[in-house]
Design a binder for this molecule. Structure first.
Ligand code: TYM
Length: 338
């Protein structure tokens, strides 16, 4: 049996190095393995939870799709689609919502973070919390369970969502399976080296913290400028640096070979100036990203080509999602067994 690998990216911003190293790169690598069947998608329903700007959602979807393709995704081998082209995902989301305990969602990190912020501001704990944000993990479970994914390459921030998807799958199997397992229990696949790629300020690199290094936007000039803004300590040139505590090193290590990383670490410990260290990081990243930039620019100039690829992917995905939904409607009693 083939291993199913699936992952998605929310279409709310410009793809950054964290998305690339945490999800796109490992997913594309996994999709090239023999005996792997891969499903990658643009999570645009998820985008609506965080973003009420239609133009931004549309632009981001194009940029993220172009990034996957520029990164070397083989559309003949991988099923590549837009979440909102698969209406069965929303129908499955409802079936799963009906078996998901509210208490499970109360524990979700994103929801708890909003509650904590509101409590600190001494306002209603649920101020500004929509039902979309609250039940976000159920929609994510529907994405994953719809295609019975075994492995889900993600950054560490998504691991809790994967645990919830397993809980929900188990509950559904138990309630409706009658000896049959409708859903595979998915596993998160996290690369330890890049589990949480730091941003310019050392917090997780994230669109919401505005601390990202863009992959393509602004070209190599913008990448160099962003790198020059990485926060470092005040040690002077010649003074030994604590590589393990530095974000410059963490970023370097996530993209370098192990021998490059050890040489860089030794240079930092030997007193390499931060300015030179940042130049070395830029050279490493630019070498990796430059070959993809042209392809990205060509794709961005031809949105119809991307649309055609996504439509073909959706048609392929729907053959499967429609069949599974048929069986699930029968299992829960919405239709007579055929
Ligand atoms: P999103 O759009 O926030 O991020 C997309 C992917 O990039 C990873 N990532 C990182 N990895 C390492 N270091 C970082 N600083 C970093 N920032 C982002 C994320 O872990 C993620 O893998 N809910 C998901 C999208 C989604 C999904 C799914 C993923 C919807 N349905 C089903 C997998 C399966 C999200 O918002 O990711």
């Amino acid at each position: 049996m083939k291993t199913r690998v699936l992952t998605g990216i929310t279409t709310t911003g410009t793809p950054h190095l964290g998305n690339y190293a945490g999800a796109i790169r490992p997913a594309i690598e996994a999709s090239r393995q023999p005996n792997v069947d891969a499903y990658f998608f643009m999570a645009d329903y998820h985008a609506l939870i965080k973003c009420e700007d239609p133009a931004r959602v549309a632009r981001s979807r194009l940029e993220i799709a172009a990034t996957w393709l520029a990164g070397g995704l083989d559309v003949d081998k991988v099923t590549f689609y837009r979440q909102s082209d698969i209406p069965e995902i929303l129908e499955l989301c409802w079936l799963l919502t009906c078996v998901t305990p509210k208490g499970l969602m109360n524990r979700a990190h994103a929801y708890k973070a909003s509650v904590d912020q509101n409590t600190a501001r001494q306002v209603d704990p649920d101020d500004g919390v929509t039902m979309g944000l609250f039940s976000y993990p159920v929609l994510m479970a529907a994405d994953i369970l719809m295609f019975n994914a075994h492995k889900v390459p993600v950054g560490r921030d998504q691991v809790q969502h994967l645990e919830m998807a397993r809980d929900i799958a188990q509950r559904f199997n138990h309630l409706y399976g009658q000896g049959k397992e409708f859903f595979v229990l998915p596993e998160a696949q996290v690369d330890d080296e890049v589990a949480t790629l730091p941003g310019l300020d050392g917090r997780k690199m994230s669109k919401s913290y505005d601390n990202t290094i863009p992959l393509f936007e602004g070209g190599s000039k913008a990448m160099r400028q962003a790198i020059s803004r990485i926060v470092t300590d005040s040690r002077q040139p010649g003074e030994p640096k604590d590589a393990e505590a530095s974000h410059v090193y963490a970023l370097y290590r996530a993209f370098a070979t192990s021998s490059q990383a050890s040489a860089f670490k030794a240079a930092l410990e030997g007193g390499l100036a931060w300015g030179e260290a940042k130049e070395a990081l830029f050279a490493l990243l630019d070498d990796i990203v430059a070959p993809m930039r042209d392809r990205y620019a060509q794709l961005m100039a031809d949105p119809q080509q991307i649309e055609d690829i996504l439509q073909a992917g959706a048609a392929k995905a729907r053959r499967e999602s429609a069949e599974l939904m048929g069986a699930l409607r029968e299992a829960v009693g919405l239709r007579q067994p055929s």
